[in-house]
Design a protein around this ligand. Structure first.
Ligand code: TYD
Length: 208
């Protein structure tokens, strides 16, 4: 049986990942295929520890936070109930809102980037995505979208941090080079323009 594809959407906070994932999901279903939508951090107990830290309720060291994301990602891949690997093996595409690229860009600033990259990339339980789509937006646009949608801001949700994180994403993509299939999409355009690009990239992947 043909395996499913693991497709990751990445982008800064407020880059429109959620909207675009719903539209991609709608498209996949309407074309008679199946998709499983998921996100990191997950809703596991480790995910709960992470969310407490992101909310600023508990202060955690960058290495500790990286390790929590790693543990959550392993669980996300291998748990027998709804782990990513299960769906991929059954031929179902998995669309994941954030993955290890976020660990590299967010935690790889305060923790050593190579350390964060190696522990994720060297872990055999963690699948390598077939495709990563990065929704690129100007950080000021993100800031406006965050202000519209959030009551409380998480620790990374400020303009300065977002600028540093965007820069880091591009450094990481350069470092990964051809070892990963990364597509950068200009997400400052209309929702339908961005969605059309994402669907085109998805179809190209499926044709291969
Ligand atoms: P959340 O509000 O759950 O979703 P989003 O902003 O993607 O709509 O926030 C997730 C936060 O977690 C976001 O600020 C990025 C951060 N994050 C990391 O720092 N490292 C990681 O490895 C992942 C997966 C997320």
């Amino acid at each position: 049986m043909k395996k499913g594809k693991l497709i990751v959407l990445e982008g800064l906070d407020g880059s429109g990942k959620g909207t675009q994932i719903s539209l991609l999901d709608e498209y996949i279903r309407s074309s008679g295929q199946k998709a499983y939508i998921t996100a990191e951090p997950t809703i596991s107990s480790t995910g709960g520890l992470i969310r407490d830290a992101l909310g600023g309720h508990i202060k955690r060291d960058a290495y500790e936070l990286s390790a929590l994301f790693l543990a959550d990602r392993i669980f996300h891949n291998v748990n027998p109930k709804n782990g990513i690997r299960n769906f991929i093996e059954k031929g179902i595409d998995v669309i994941c809102d954030r993955y290890y690229y976020s660990s590299f860009a967010y935690q790889g600033i305060d923790a050593d980037l190579d350390w964060v990259m190696n522990m994720n990339l060297d872990c055999r339980d963690i699948l390598r995505p077939d495709l990563c789509i990065f929704l690129d937006v100007d950080t000021s646009l993100c800031d406006d979208r965050i202000s519209e949608n959030r009551f409380d801001r998480e620790i990374y949700e400020n303009a300065e941090a977002q600028k540093r994180i965007r820069k880091r994403f591009f450094e990481v993509f350069q470092k990964l080079g051809d070892s990963e299939n990364i597509k950068i999409v200009d997400a400052s355009r209309t929702v339908s323009e961005v969605s059309a690009d994402i669907i085109k990239i998805y179809n190209e992947l499926k044709e291969n």
